[in-house]
Design a protein around this ligand. Structure first.
Ligand code: ADP
Ligand code: ADP
Length: 228
């Protein structure tokens, strides 16, 4: 699914964000990316989406070579990736239903299929009753569940989440993790950058620790490994 070999990223200002990173993530894995602020986690995530290009190395995501890809191929890469951010990034002028449907309109899905799929994912995230609400009428946890529904409605092979529980209280965060667990059990690969020690230590999934742009640890059934 994800094959990163000897990847480095040096930003224009000289900041070294990643150095000689090697990592392979296979279909169906659930991987936590941990590390201090500034370690390189966001750069790693943005590279998978091709929002940031490696300075050197090779990167294949879903069978697509990210470095040698034509600009016209980028939308196809991103279609295979469902992305979730700490701050939800919903469209404030659209309802829950419209926020999710919008992701399918972009790929020109037929109307009937769209209705069926939006209803299905609303069920997956437990928000069937709230489809007419606007984001401002929802709690943070509910908004994040809308963002997850939007991210999975087109059946991505990989879900990439950058601090998805960063703004949520522990109970609400576990609701989000339960949804990720279900999506993962259905076969979707999950890559989640997080600072949530309790979640990482409880779930016993693969843990990749980044320190100063390098992979410091990569453990199956790993732990958070830091104090906070
Ligand atoms: P994290 O997500 O772990 O906090 P980042 O990937 O955001 O880490 O940052 C890694 C390093 O790259 C930091 O030193 C940061 O200052 C630098 N950096 C991140 N984005 C940029 C950018 N757009 N331009 C210059 N430097 C950047
Ligand atoms: P359908 O093909 O009718 O959309 P599936 O049985 O394939 O439904 O999927 C089960 C439910 O999960 C559906 O409601 C589907 O929309 C939703 N879903 C969408 N993407 C994913 C995903 N990546 N992982 C798990 N469930 C997903």
């Amino acid at each position: 699914m994800i094959h990163m070999h000897n990847v480095s990223k040096i930003y224009e200002n000289g900041a070294v964000a990643l150095q000689n990173v090697d990592i392979d993530i296979e279909k169906g894995e659930f991987v936590f990316i941990v590390g201090a602020s500034g370690a390189g986690k966001s750069t790693f995530v943005k590279m998978l989406l091709r929002e940031v290009l490696p300075t050197q190395g090779s990167l294949v995501v879903n069978g697509r070579n990210v470095l040698e890809m034509a600009a016209t191929e980028v939308p196809y890469l991103r279609r295979g990736l469902g992305v979730i951010f700490q701050d939800y990034r919903l469209l404030t002028e659209k309802t829950v239903y419209e926020n999710i449907a919008f992701a399918m309109q972009v790929i020109e899905a037929p109307r009937r299929e769209m209705q069926k799929c939006v209803n299905n994912v609303l069920d997956v995230v437990g928000l069937k009753d709230k489809y007419k609400c606007f984001p401002s009428q929802l709690s943070g946890g509910e908004q994040q569940r809308v963002a997850i529904a939007r991210a999975i409605v087109n059946h991505p092979q990989i879900v990439i989440a950058d601090e998805p529980t960063g703004n949520l209280d522990p109970d609400t965060s576990w609701g989000i993790m339960d949804i990720f667990t279900r999506i993962n059990k259905a076969g979707t690969t999950i890559v989640m950058a997080t600072h949530d020690k309790t979640i990482v230590d409880t779930m016993h999934k693969r843990v990749v620790a980044i320190e100063d742009g390098r992979i410091a640890r990569d453990e199956m059934e790993g732990a958070y490994g830091y104090e906070d």
